[in-house]
Design a protein around this ligand. Structure first.
Ligand code: GTP
Ligand code: MG
Length: 399
C-alpha cells in the first residue's frame, strides 16, 4: 500500500513526510524544493494486542511504545503541483505519474494562507486555501482524462467490435491506477453510461467518468497544515465547513518534526500522536529550545489536541481506506520461532476473511487452510469469518 503526499509547492509536504519518516529530505520556503519524489516508511498507530494478553511484544517491523504499536506504511512525497500541471506547467505531469500507484492521497494545504497557488510567499492570510482544494481535484481529473483519452477511440471501438465488456477493457487500461473491473462497472452503472458501446460516450460523459474514477482510485484526506500560524485556525474551521465531503485535519508538520527530533535526541518524551510531551531535564535545554517547545504546546497541542500529523496518517489508512490491523498469534503461543512475541501486525482491506488472512501470511498456508482461531475470544472460526481490527488470529493449516 502506498500513500501519496500531494499539494502545491511550499505547503509543507516534505516537512510532513520528514516528520513521519525522519528521512533526510530538503525543506525550504521556495517553490519546487522537491523535484524527485521521496519514498520512505512512516508508521500508523494502533492499539497493540500485547496489552490484552499482559505481555510485551517484539515487533519485527516498526515499534511499540507502552501498548501503542507503530506499523509501517509506505509514503511518497512528490513535487509541488501547480495549475496547468497536467499540460506540463511547473514540473509538469511527470510526478503525476509518480502518484499512479498511490492508494490514498494526503492533500497538504497551507492553512496559513501565506503562499499563493504557485507556492510563492504572499502576506499571511491573503491567499484563500479553499481554492487550492478545487484546483488540485481539477488537475487530477484532467490528468485522468488525458490518460483515458489517448487510447480511447481505439480500445472503445475494439471492445465494441469484439463484444468485450467495456468495464474489463477500461479496468485493464487503468490497472496501474488501481482500478478494478467491479469498480469500473459500478461507475458505469452509477453514471448511467452506455455499457454496451463506449464509442457513444460524449466528451462530458468521459470527463464525468474520469472524475468518478479519480475519486474512487485516489480517495483523499486534507491536512490543514501550518495551523500554528495566525490565520491557520480560521482557515481550518472554514475549510472543514466548506468541504464536508472530506476529512479535514488541523495540522502542524513543523511542530511534529521538532518534537520528533527532540525526542530522538532524548530531550523530551513523546510518541507520535500523543496529546502531550514531557521535558526530561529542563537544565539541559537552551532558552530558545524551551521557548520553541512552549510555543508548540500552547499554539498547537493545547489548541488542537495533537500536532495532527499522526492523526492524518491514521485516518487516511483507517477511516478513508478502512483498513483493519490484524495480528497473527497462537492460542498456546503468541511468539514466532525466534521467540518474538506478536511479531507482526498486518493491515488488511475491509471485510477481509480468515482465509484472506491465511493467504496474507503465506500462500501455502492459505492453500492448506483448515480453520482459524480468534485467539482473544478463544473461538474457532471458519474461512468466511470476517475479521475486525485488533483481532489476533491463529491459522490451523495442513502445512
Ligand atoms: N509555520 C509553519 N511552517 C511550515 C509548516 N510546515 C512546513 N512549513 C514551512 O513551509 C516551507 C515549505 O516546506 P516544505 O516542506 O519544503 O514544502 P513542500 O510542500 O515540500 O514544498 P515543495 O517541495 O517546494 O513543493 C518551509 O519553510 C517550512 O519550514 C508548519 O506546520 N508550520
Ligand atoms: Mg518538498
Amino acid at each position: 500500500m502506498l500513500i501519496g503526499i500531494v499539494g502545491k509547492p511550499s505547503c509543507g509536504k516534505s516537512t510532513f513526510f520528514k516528520a513521519l519518516t525522519l528521512a533526510e529530505v530538503a525543506i525550504a520556503s521556495y517553490p519546487f524544493t522537491t523535484i524527485k519524489p521521496n519514498r520512505g516508511v512512516g508508521y500508523v498507530r494502533v492499539n497493540c494486542a500485547d496489552r490484552f494478553f499482559g505481555v510485551q511484544c517484539n515487533p519485527r517491523e516498526g515499534y511499540c511504545l507502552n501498548g501503542e504499536r507503530f506499523v509501517p506504511v509506505e509514503l511518497l512525497d512528490v513535487a509541488g503541483l501547480v495549475p496547468g500541471a497536467h499540460e506540463g506547467k511547473g514540473l509538469g505531469n511527470q510526478f503525476l505519474d509518480d502518484l499512479r500507484q498511490a492508494h490514498v492521497l494526503i492533500h497538504i494545504i497551507d492553512a496559513s494562507g501565506s503562499t499563493n497557488e504557485s507556492g510563492e510567499p504572499v502576506p499571511a492570510g491573503s491567499h484563500d486555501p479553499a481554492r487550492d482544494i478545487r484546483f488540485l481535484e481539477n488537475e487530477l481529473d484532467l490528468w485522468y482524462l488525458s490518460i483515458l483519452k489517448k487510447p480511447w477511440e481505439k480500445f472503445s471501438r475494439q471492445a465494441f467490435v469484439e463484444k468485450k465488456k467495456v468495464n474489463i477493457a477500461i479496468a485493464r487500461q487503468f490497472s496501474g491506477l488501481n482500478a478494478t473491473e467491479s469498480m469500473v462497472a459500478g461507475i458505469i452503472d452509477a453514471l448511467k453510461l452506455d455499457s454496451e458501446n463506449a464509442t457513444r460516450w460524449s466528451g462530458d460523459e468521459l470527463q464525468g467518468f474520469a472524475t468518478e474514477l479519480r475519486r474512487r482510485t485516489k480517495p483523499m484526506i486534507i491536512a490543514a497544515n501550518k495551523v500554528d500560524a495566525p490565520a491557520g485556525r480560521d482557515n481550518f474551521e472554514r475549510l472543514r465547513q466548506m468541504f464536508p465531503e472530506y476529512k479535514v485535519i488541523p495540522c502542524s508538520a513543523e511542530s511534529e518534526l521538532a518534537l520528533k527530533e527532540a525526542a530522538k535526541k532524548g530531550m523530551i518524551e513523546y510518541a507520535s500522536g500523543n496529546s502531550s510531551f514531557s521535558i526530561r531535564d529542563e537544565s539541559l535545554l537552551s532558552q530558545q529550545q524551551l521557548n520553541g517547545l512552549s510555543f508548540i504546546k500552547e499554539s498547537v497541542i493545547d489548541k488542537y489536541g495533537s500536532t495532527g500529523v499522526q492523526e492524518t496518517l491514521n485516518r487516511a489508512v483507517f477511516d478513508v481506506l478502512k483498513l483493519i490491523a490484524v495480528f497473527p498469534g497462537g492460542l498456546n503461543k503468541l511468539s514466532d520461532q525466534y521467540g518474538r512475541v506478536l511479531p507482526d501486525c498486518f493491515l488488511m482491506p475491509p471485510n477481509s476473511t480468515s482465509l484472506d488472512f491465511a493467504f496474507r501470511i503465506h500462500s501455502d498456508i492459505g492453500n492448506s487452510f483448515i480453520r482459524a482461531i480468534d485467539v482473544k475470544k478463544r473461538l474457532a472460526v471458519g474461512r468466511e469469518h470476517i475479521l475486525s481490527s485488533g483481532d489476533v488470529i491463529e491459522i490451523v493449516s495442513a502445512k
